[in-house]
Ligand binder design. Structure first.
Ligand code: SF4
Length: 114
């Protein structure tokens, strides 16, 4: 599997595959971060999720994000949870809005003060 490492602007072209013994083999990286990224993309790809949640009594929504990346397969469930959520003010940056979103151990946190 070919992919571009997105960890820095250099954008190394990675080739990620499984060897005969099933072990993940990464080539094309210029530093250890690229190898880690390529390995995780093959075994358990994850992404940060950003979005908006409703604020009670206001038209302006609150911007939020996952504190850490979540498995790609969980993204629809995360977005559904955001859609179902309404927060009460006040909220500070970093406040936990949804603990353990969508059955993960990842919190949704506020990215703005309101
Ligand atoms: S492998 Fe290392 S140097 Fe290359 S893009 Fe990824 S982080 Fe940057």
């Amino acid at each position: 599997m070919k992919m571009i490492c997105i960890n820095c602007p250099k954008g190394c072209e990675l080739d990620v595959s499984r060897g005969a013994d099933g072990a993940v083999v990464v080539t094309g990286h210029s530093c250890p971060r690229g190898e880690t990224y390529g390995r995780s993309e093959l075994v358990n790809p994850t992404r940060m999720v950003t979005g908006l949640v409703r604020v009670a009594g206001m038209r302006k929504p609150l911007p939020v994000k996952t504190r850490t990346p979540v498995p790609k397969g969980k993204i629809p469930d995360v977005l559904f949870a955001l859609h179902q959520t309404t927060v009460q003010l006040p909220v500070k940056i970093g406040d936990v809005i949804i603990p353990g979103v969508a059955g993960t151990d990842v919190d949704i946190v506020a990215t703005a003060n309101m």
